[in-house]
Ligand binder design. Structure first.
Ligand SMILES: O=C(O)COP(=O)(O)O
Ligand SMILES: [Mg+2]
Length: 236
């Protein structure tokens, strides 16, 4: 593993204590400390990139925020790098709405490159319908929402763009998350960690799994990296 420079951190279920979004403060304190030590802590989330950017500002971490499941990167209040088209994703939404009952937009903060839906229908059935209509889109489940994104646009793609801005390499990056939407990050990073409540299919794709969940699991993951990759000695 190359020397670590960046921590790519998911938000919901990883930094937050519950589905309601409450931040695990001990984990946030550790992230801010990592930033003080000179590491870059970058949020990579299905939330809006603006929410993640604001969290980075108030939390004291790197002000490059990957949101919308990799479709949007916010680097300043008025500066966003858009990696996908919301219009194309809206086409998929219109098709799904006509084909399946219960397809509803989730009332989240505005999105620039994707569509966010309530988890109120069968995801596999939805994906089948997108394929039947030859739409270059895919559905994913962060456990907090369903996302319609353009094929090829995922957290790994968005993180890779953010790392270019930091002049950092994926090999020098640790990815920490809790759901299937984090797996594309695992695939490109030098070290990947899944939290304890993640599904087996997600844990299998990670280099390491911690016991703790939501927030506490992130704090445990940071300790794991510190002791195993940053040369920090465990107190005897
Ligand atoms: O899907 C969302 O809205 C948020 O999920 P994430 O922060 O776990 O990616
Ligand atoms: Mg998550």
């Amino acid at each position: 593993m190359a020397a670590i420079k960046v921590f790519a951190v998911d938000i919901d279920g990883t930094l937050t204590e519950n589905g309601g979004g409450a931040i695990h403060l001990a984990a946030l304190a550790k992230l801010r400390y990592l930033e003080r030590l000179g590491y870059n802590v970058v949020y990579v989330t299905g939330r809006s990139s603006i929410e993640a950017y604001v969290l980075a500002v108030f939390g004291g971490t790197t002000r490059i925020a990957v949101g919308e499941n990799g479709g949007a990167i916010t680097i300043a209040p008025q500066e966003h790098k858009l990696l996908a088209s919301r219009e194309k994703c809206m086409e998929g939404y219109e098709v799904l709405k006509k084909s399946i009952d219960g397809v509803q937009i989730k009332p989240v903060f505005p999105r620039m490159t994707e569509v966010v839906l309530l988890r109120t229908f069968d995801l596999k059935e939805g994906q089948k319908i997108l394929e039947e209509h030859n739409l270059p889109l895919y559905l994913s489940d962060s456990k907090y929402a369903f996302h319609i994104n353009e094929k090829g646009v995922d957290k790994g793609y968005g993180l890779a763009e953010a790392l270019k801005m930091l002049k950092a390499d994926p090999e020098e990056t640790v990815a920490i998350g809790d759901s299937e939407t984090d797996v594309p990050m695992y695939g490109i990073c030098g070290c990947s960690i899944a939290l304890g409540h993640a599904e087996e299919s997600v844990k299998k794709k990670a280099d390491h799994v911690v016991a703790g969940s939501e927030g506490a699991g992130l704090a445990e993951a940071i300790d794991y990296v510190a002791f195993n990759y940053l040369g920090v000695k465990k107190a005897q």
